[in-house]
Design a protein. Structure first.
Length: 290
């Protein structure tokens, strides 16, 4: 493992430890009722009902999800199962969004007119609240069939996830494809290279340093989209549904809800970290930013 990757891993651990320390420090210093100024609460409540201790949340992971059930499953197992289900939908959304974003970037890089026509709409698409789109996608999906098969709720989650994933890939790929220097482009023209040859030999390698961070951002966005879609559409099996179910019992056991939130946070880190494998495969192009 390179020194740079060791520093990255150590930094991630230190950042997590710092977050835990700040959480416990807030509980120790701030009043349980929070801080209010002029009748407006400016700092949140820090009692156990609003901010349970970190060790209390971690202890809940080993407890039974349903007390007295015949088939016992711990809260940690439920969160892990839900996280894997959501991860599969997020990866599907990332794949769909990545293909769509790459095609849009290729089209806009090929034609300046197409870029001027599409890019404002690509940016505008991200101003629409995701929570407003989710019910529409679920409603439309309930009226269609794919190859004779009824539309499944998880398919709606995957489509909604791809909605968030396509934007960073489209913008990052477009920036990368248009990053080669004019002198390099002129050299390829002088060698009578066509557009596709220039794309494969020059534009795509030059786009890698821009594309890898975009895919990492898209992976995290796909996870967020999948979780929000599960919550909005009520799709069962994922960590988003667990957040809803555990939130319903938050009055009596708030720490259980935080276990699902912790699972969602770890899921986002896993998805973003998995893109590091792509970075390793393309490391030969890492210094090619023009």
């Amino acid at each position: 493992m390179s020194a740079g990757r060791v520093r990255t891993a150590v930094s991630a651990v230190v950042a997590f430890a710092l977050l835990v320390g700040l959480w416990e420090l807030a509980k120790a210093v701030l009043p349980d009722a929070g801080v209010s100024i002029g009748g407006t609460r400016v700092l949140p409540r820090t009692d156990d009902a609003a901010m349970p201790h970190v060790w209390t949340v971690l202890a809940r992971l080993g407890e039974p999800e349903v007390a007295g059930a015949a088939a016992q499953r711990t809260v940690g197992e439920a969160v892990a199962s839900g996280a894997l289900f959501t991860l599969g939908l997020a990866l599907g959304g990332l794949l769909i969004g990545g293909v769509l974003g790459a095609l849009l970037a290729l089209g806009m890089a090929r034609s300046g007119l197409l870029e001027r026509a599409l890019l404002p709409w690509v940016v505008l698409s991200q101003t629409v609240p995701l929570i407003a789109i989710a019910p529409l996608v679920a409603g439309w999906g309930g009226k269609i069939a794919v190859f004779g098969q009824p539309w499944q709720p998880w398919a709606s989650v995957m489509v909604i996830s791809s909605y968030l994933a396509f934007f960073p890939i489209a913008v990052g790929a477009l920036r990368g494809l248009t990053s080669p220097r004019r002198a390099d482009l002129e050299l390829f023209r002088a060698l009578a290279c066509g557009w596709w040859t220039t794309l494969l030999r020059l534009r795509l390698p030059a786009a890698v340093p821009h594309l890898v961070p975009a895919v990492r951002l898209a992976a995290a966005a796909a996870v967020v989209g999948a979780i929000v879609a599960e919550i909005s559409t009520g799709t069962r099996g994922g960590v988003g549904r667990l957040i809803i179910e555990y939130a319903q019992s938050a009055t009596g056991d708030p720490s259980r809800m935080y276990t699902a939130i912790l699972g969602a946070a770890v899921l986002g880190l896993v998805a973003a970290g998995a893109v590091g494998l792509l970075d390793l495969a393309l490391r030969r192009y890492r210094g090619n930013v023009a």
